[in-house]
Design a protein. Structure first.
Length: 94
């Protein structure tokens, strides 16, 4: 995954502000990045969030998105972030 780093955004994870440099990150990029930051495998994330491994793989490839708010909520909780951060393509969310 290669990102074009041009603007600075703030992302709250577990109550800690982090500055990330990037263009607008897609859901798939956010999910993969947060999973890696939390030292989780795709399988571990799937188990914790209550989705299948193939679903997580599909999300990270950008092939699909969660259809239910509850799925965003479960993924966000597992990754220690806010659901709106995952739902929004706009990085200005704090």
């Amino acid at each position: 995954m290669q990102l074009n780093f041009t603007s600075i955004i703030q992302h709250k994870t577990s109550g800690v502000n982090r500055k990330l440099r990037c263009n607008t990150m897609k859901f798939c990029e956010k999910l993969r990045s947060l999973r890696n930051e939390n030292n989780m495998t795709q399988s571990q994330l799937a188990d914790i969030a209550g989705v299948s491994l193939l679903t997580v793989i599909s999300y990270e490839k950008g092939e699909s998105y969660p259809k239910k708010r509850s799925t965003y909520d479960a993924l966000a909780k597992a990754l220690g972030t806010q659901p709106d951060y995952l739902r929004n393509q706009n990085e200005d969310y704090n």
